[in-house]
Write a protein that binds this ligand. Structure first.
Ligand code: M6R
Length: 617
């Protein structure tokens, strides 16, 4: 989603801003722009629809000398993808220039108020209303004469905003400062040597800052090259909390891989090893989850667990439901984070609320967390991004340590989330009815996973062949039962996201109640048929598809038990304990989606319309 960058210091700002924008390209965007203020107060502004490189090619030609400026990658919400709607936006008087992430819900009222005062607009965006409102407040007598008149105008304008924002504002009248503020959209201040950066994501700092200040909701900062002042929107001073940036966690290079998604699929061994490191008890029978910040006594009081998340992370919650109910016998409910906030479901008092979010910035998930906190529930988070808003605002939780995930399609983060949920199931289970030997069996299964992942990844050449065969098909069905039902949903989501093929996931047996109408020679079905009590039931479902001339792609740990002719294509995964099998079942569907997207010539890491971190509702 939109990316913000800002720089003030001794270096030439334009290359720093462009580099920062390029580092944040993975977030997803459709246009880019920068605004620079030269030492003599002259403003240079360039913005273009399309990639950062399109806009940057004009900058290189001009070689701007400015030492401060702001930049933006826009993910369109209000108004189409045009040069005029791209950020930065300038107030009609030309004195204020702003980049904005988020949505200003009452922008129409603002626009008509400002239009009545003679302000004009050159874009269809909500953001342009805000930068003009800042200009309006600058001219008001209430801020006139204040030493911090610029910041005060921004603060006053923001008091009228309904909605969310992360903003950076500059003005040729104040060439030595950038005003930033946030409510709902992330905003970070990077501290370098005699220079400051602002960004919506640590990666925007591109190794230039060693320390970071995470602005909290309702805070504004005046950023200068060697210090910054932070206040609340109620004008209270705020002490700066400076954190060190772990660049090892924040950096991702493509290396010899063609795409980040491919790289991240192949990094799953390492990601899982990181997820379990230090989290297994010495007697190898349970998990150690000190990050939950809850005593054994508190945890024993839990009667119910609610999981909230979006997209792929929501699928991880569904797997968690199966695992926790099976091993810990605690009832689990799973809600879309976006629905939970407004549906206001009744919750028992001994409910524990978990949210899962790779980025830790998804606004729907963050708001679900806040809603649960507001109601007084203990809220825990599973996130990958250290220091993210969700990680900071939850009462406790578990970091995934999957390493940076750049590909918009989540892969290694998903399997890590599953493994962490299994650790939770094991932990709660061992506090209740799960025996020592059952606990040890699960621990052994978890420890065997890295090798089994490597073995599964060896299927890549075969999956690539299958992908080429089906790359032109217009529809896919994904079917799985029990804990493989969420993996069927995930398979359909992955394929949709990066190859733009229509796909649906269903519980295998549910197929007969409607989706079977889709089955035909042009609609392949990917079906999970793994050993266990429902193996033969799934085989029957596969036969029903074959009888209707639907191509069957079977993912199975028992290829030896599949009758000749039952499946058109078989992808074998290694045999494993049922507690960890979803991890292995996931890998072929990730590879299938990846290779199909490549075969179709799609931009795998930057799929159309999608954003890595969804920071608007
Ligand atoms: O960062 P989060 O885990 O909160 O993101 C949630 C979803 O936006 C995300 O999983 C999305 O569905 C991915 N593009 C899936 O590949």
């Amino acid at each position: 989603m939109c990316g913000i960058i800002g720089y003030i210091g001794g270096k030439q700002a334009a290359p720093v801003l462009i580099d920062g924008l390029k580092r944040m390209e993975y977030r997803g965007y459709d246009s880019a722009g920068i605004a620079l203020i030269n030492d003599d107060g002259k403003v240079d502004l360039r913005k273009r629809k399309g990639r950062v490189s399109v806009m940057a090619s004009e900058i290189e030609a001009d070689r701007f000398p400015a030492h401060m400026g702001i930049g933006h990658t826009r993910w369109a919400t209000h108004g189409g993808v045009t040069d005029a709607n791209a950020h930065p936006h300038t107030s009609s008087c030309g004195r204020f220039i702003m980049v904005h992430n988020g949505i200003i819900e009452n922008y129409e009222n603002m626009r008509s108020f400002l239009a009545g005062k003679g302000y004009t607009f050159s874009s269809e965006t909500d953001s342009e209303a805000l930068v003009n409102l800042i200009s309006y407040h600058y001219d008001e007598r209430t801020v006139d004469g204040a030493a911090d008149r610029f910041m005060e105008s921004v603060r006053k304008a923001l008091l009228h905003v309904e909605g969310t924002y992360g903003i950076a504002v500059i003005s040729p009248l104040y060439p030595n400062e950038i005003i930033v503020a946030r409510k709902g959209s992330p905003l970070l201040i990077g501290i370098g040597n005699g220079e400051r950066l602002v960004a919506s994501d640590v990666s925007g700092f591109a190794g230039r800052a060693q320390n970071v200040i995470y602005l909290e909701d309702g805070q504004l900062a005046c950023v200068k090259k060697d210090f910054c002042d932070i206040i609340t929107n109620g004008k209270q001073e705020v002490e700066c909390v400076i954190k060190e940036i772990d660049w090892e966690l924040e950096t991702a290079e493509l290396g010899s891989y063609r795409h980040f998604m491919q790289k991240e699929i192949f990094e799953q061994r390492k990601a899982i090893e990181n997820a379990i490191r230090g989290r297994i008890s010495d007697d190898m029978s349970t998990a150690i989850l000190s990050g939950l910040n809850m005593s054994a006594n508190e945890l024993r009081q839990i009667d119910r667990i609610l999981f909230c998340a979006c997209g792929t992370a929501w699928h991880a919650c569904l797997v968690a439901e199966y695992l926790i109910e099976k091993y810990a016998r605690i009832p689990v409910e799973v809600e879309y984070a976006s629905e939970f906030r407004y549906s206001n479901p009744p919750l028992d008092k001994n409910t524990l609320v978990f949210v899962i979010s790779q980025s830790g910035e998804t606004i729907d998930t963050l708001e679900a967390l806040r809603e649960a906190k507001r109601k007084g529930f203990k809220t825990l988070a599973i996130t990958n991004v250290v220091g993210s808003t969700i990680a900071r605002e939850s009462d406790g939780g578990l970091y995934q340590y999957s390493g940076k995930e750049v590909g918009v399609a989540s892969t290694k983060a998903f399997t890590s989330q599953i493994v962490i949920c299994l650790l939770i199931a094991l932990y709660f289970g061992r506090m209740r009815d799960l025996s020592f030997s059952d606990g040890r069996e699960i621990v052994e299964a978890i420890k065997s996973l890295p090798d089994l992942i490597d073995e599964t990844l060896k299927q890549a050449p075969k999956v690539e062949q299958i992908a080429k065969k089906y790359a032109k098909y217009p529809d896919f069905l994904f079917l799985g039962r029990l804990e493989e039902y969420p993996i069927a949903l995930e398979g359909a989501l992955k394929l949709k996201e990066i190859s733009y093929i229509h796909a649906e996931g269903y519980p295998a047996a549910e197929m007969k109640h409607g989706p079977i109408a889709l089955v035909c020679p042009e609609c392949p079905t990917v079906i999970f048929a793994n050993s266990g009590e429902i193996f033969h039931k799934v085989i029957s479902n596969a036969k029903e598809i074959g009888a209707r001339n639907g191509p069957v792609i079977m993912i199975t740990d028992s290829p030896e038990s599949i009758d000749e002719g039952l499946a058109d294509d078989i992808i074998a995964i290694p045999k494993s304990h049922s507690s960890v099998r979803t991890v292995l079942s996931t890998i072929p569907i990730q590879m299938l989606a990846y290779y199909i997207a490549v075969a179709r010539g799609c931009d795998v890491d930057k799929p159309r319309n999608l954003a890595k971190s969804v920071t608007v509702e």
